[in-house]
Design a protein around this ligand. Structure first.
Ligand SMILES: [Zn+2]
Length: 217
């Protein structure tokens, strides 16, 4: 109950969450991560599903993997098949869990060393999944969903449901990695999709300066 009350407060004053944080102090606190996600979604104009306050408390789980990843997509929300109104934008969730790889979990809990940028990127992956969790845009698990592979990466990223998650992720990443660049991008008077590409590519250029394979055209 306490979490729900504070969630409502944070929705009313979302900027409070970031104003508490200095640019280099990232937090693995679930409550702060959730509020940061909602703050970013508001900044980017990403719709939040209306029944988020009906959800059970959100937990973070882990699975064994050496990769820095979360379980991708809305199936990260387990057990999603028990969700209410699964095929609607009014859906809400019973016992939702976001699963992080064991590597990602150790990084965000400061148990594993990495570079500063990949440290931020680890948190960004969590923001990506949390955006899926809260977003109003919904794609079921049907055959139209395009899974990300190196061959079709752009098509994967540009599906509305993924575009929103990658955009929120990039915003978070740049907020901590290059706040000046983020500010400049957000001030550009350009179509939303163009802004998305710049946000996304700026994140990937910082992470992989010599590799353009994941860059958008
Ligand atoms: Zn995704």
């Amino acid at each position: 109950m306490a979490a729900k009350i504070s969630l409502v407060i944070s929705l009313l004053i979302p900027s409070f969450v970031f104003s508490q944080l200095k640019p280099k102090s990232l937090s693995n606190d679930t409550f702060i991560l959730k509020n940061q996600t909602l703050y970013i979604m508001k900044k980017l104009g990403i719709g939040v599903r209306k029944n988020i306050n009906k959800d059970d408390a959100l937990f973070f789980g882990t699975y064994n993997s050496r990769f820095i990843s979360c379980v991708y997509g809305q199936d990260a929300i387990a057990p999603y098949y028990r969700s209410k109104g699964l095929d609607t934008n009014e859906r809400w969730y019973i016992k939702p869990i976001i699963n992080l790889s064991s590597t990602l979990d150790s990084i965000i809990r400061n148990k594993k060393d990495t570079t500063h940028l990949f440290y931020i990127d680890a948190f960004s992956s969590v923001i990506h999944e949390l955006t899926h969790y809260y977003q109003n845009t919904y794609t079921g698990f049907d055959s139209t969903y395009i899974k990300g592979t190196l061959e079709n990466f752009q098509e994967h990223v540009e599906q509305p449901v993924e575009l929103e998650a990658y955009e929120a992720e990039a915003y978070y990443f740049l907020f901590f990695a290059d706040k000046k660049a983020l500010k400049k991008i957000m001030e550009l008077k350009i179509p939303k999709k163009e802004r998305f590409k710049i946000l996304y590519n700026s994140q990937h250029k910082l992470l992989y300066p010599n590799d353009s394979i994941l860059m958008l055209k």
